[in-house]
Design a protein around this ligand. Structure first.
Ligand SMILES: Cc1ncc(COP(=O)(O)O)c(C=O)c1O
Length: 383
């Protein structure tokens, strides 16, 4: 019996080299000695540097993208209104609309970008539509930003972005997070800029900045050493100083990380072009991709779920799906009356999507291992 040599290929792996670890430990020591664990100089520095990197006047650090989305939606005052979100996204997108008192309306998916399908979105606009949430999926800047902007301007609808997958991606040369009223970023452990947990709002709107700074700290106004006045509700959504120190370190490496991801994506593209039954989505002229995940589309006749399982079980490769259950079909939303047929393109295309891992440790041999394993599975009798 031959023993197969397997390599573990995780879908995400935060990258900290020895210099990063030394710097973060040194900063952590400074934070602990300063006894200022929240809202101190590290949070301020991370906000300033992140805002500079993205290109907005303000950046407001919070404890997650979920908090960032909820704060922006509350600021936009979506209560008793509708917010259009793509169905092909993470559940936090529609959930935060509900937390803010609004109703999420699901737009279908464009089969090339895997982001929002504009024609369907137009059909779903009603007099109650207050906002549209663009999600830059898997690392690609939403290619329909011009159309979304035009629709919003014409109809007086607010536009916001979820940039959780796409730190550093650009549309017409401008970074995501600058293309609307507000950008919301995640620094969750698996993201391109990981701090464990964490999030950021980017905006040029000083009123949103003030609202978010108060909201993340129970809604209080007044600041350090002053008597706090509460004239709005809020929550505890602050980022810790230690998280901010990790964020500052990771931000310095972001462009290099993006370069590595693009190089790995290029290796994948070369190998995939030689395989019949796997396709890649097209590229978009005005939208760059930072490749949080590599989206592929498998031939219709292949049992995608079985392929994904075999990749994991037999080859220890973390293949994934963005997203395996579309938001409108999640039990949570099905219970509210959403059903199959509401977003037909997403329902059809997503059965065949498989995302391949991209992590900064991957080598050309790892990419070969993933594609060779995938090819092995899909050329079997019953993959
Ligand atoms: C598109 C999208 N939005 C929001 C979130 C929520 O991010 P966080 O875990 O930082 O709250 C995620 C997390 O995976 C996400 O993928």
């Amino acid at each position: 019996m031959t023993t197969r040599v397997t390599k573990k290929i995780p879908s995400a792996a935060p990258f900290f080299d020895q210099d990063d670890i030394d710097k973060i430990l040194q900063d952590t020591k400074q934070i602990l000695e300063s006894k200022k664990l929240v809202l101190g100089s590290f949070t301020k520095k991370f906000e300033d540097q992140f805002g500079n990197y993205i290109g907005t006047k303000y950046a407001i650090a919070v404890n997650s993208a979920t908090s960032a989305l909820e704060i922006v939606l509350k600021y936009l005052d979506v209560k008793n209104s509708e917010v259009i979100v793509p169905t092909n996204t993470f559940i936090a997108c529609p959930n935060t609309v509900l937390y803010a008192g609004g109703t999420p309306v699901f737009a279908d998916m464009n089969p090339d970008s895997f982001c929002m399908e504009v024609e369907d979105l137009k059909r779903k606009i009603t007099p109650k539509t207050k906002a549209i949430m663009a999600v830059h999926l898997a690392g690609l800047a939403e290619p329909a930003m011009d159309e979304l902007r035009e629709i919003c301007d014409k109809k007086g609808i607010q536009l916001m972005e979820d940039c959780s997958h796409a730190h550093g991606a650009t549309f017409r040369g401008k970074k995501v997070g600058t293309l609307s009223s507000a950008g919301c970023f995640s620094f969750f452990a698996t993201k391109i800029l990981p701090t464990g947990t964490g999030g950021m709002i980017t905006t040029d709107d000083s009123d949103l900045k003030n609202f978010a700074e108060a909201y993340r700290h129970q809604g209080g106004l007044g600041g350090e050493g002053q008597i706090e006045i509460f004239n709005q509700f809020g929550y505890d959504s602050m980022m810790s100083e230690i998280t901010a120190a990790v964020g500052i370190n990771q931000l310095l490496k972001l462009d290099e990380q993006i370069k590595i991801r693009r190089k790995i994506a290029g290796m994948y593209e070369k190998r995939i072009s030689e395989v019949d039954k796997i396709k890649l989505p097209p590229k978009f002229e005005n939208s760059t991709n930072v490749y949080w995940k590599l989206i592929t589309i498998l031939d219709d006749k292949i049992d995608r779920d079985q392929v994904r399982l075999t990749l994991r079980k037999e080859f220890t490769i973390d293949g994934g799906i963005l997203y395996p259950v579309l938001c409108h079909l999640q039990p949570l939303y099905a219970k509210m009356g959403h059903k199959q047929g509401q977003c037909p393109i997403a329902e059809r295309v997503m059965k065949h999507q498989l995302t391949l891992p991209i992590n900064p440790y991957m080598t050309e041999e790892d990419v070969d291992y993933v594609i060779d394993s995938l090819t092995d599975i899909i050329t079997r009798e019953n993959p």
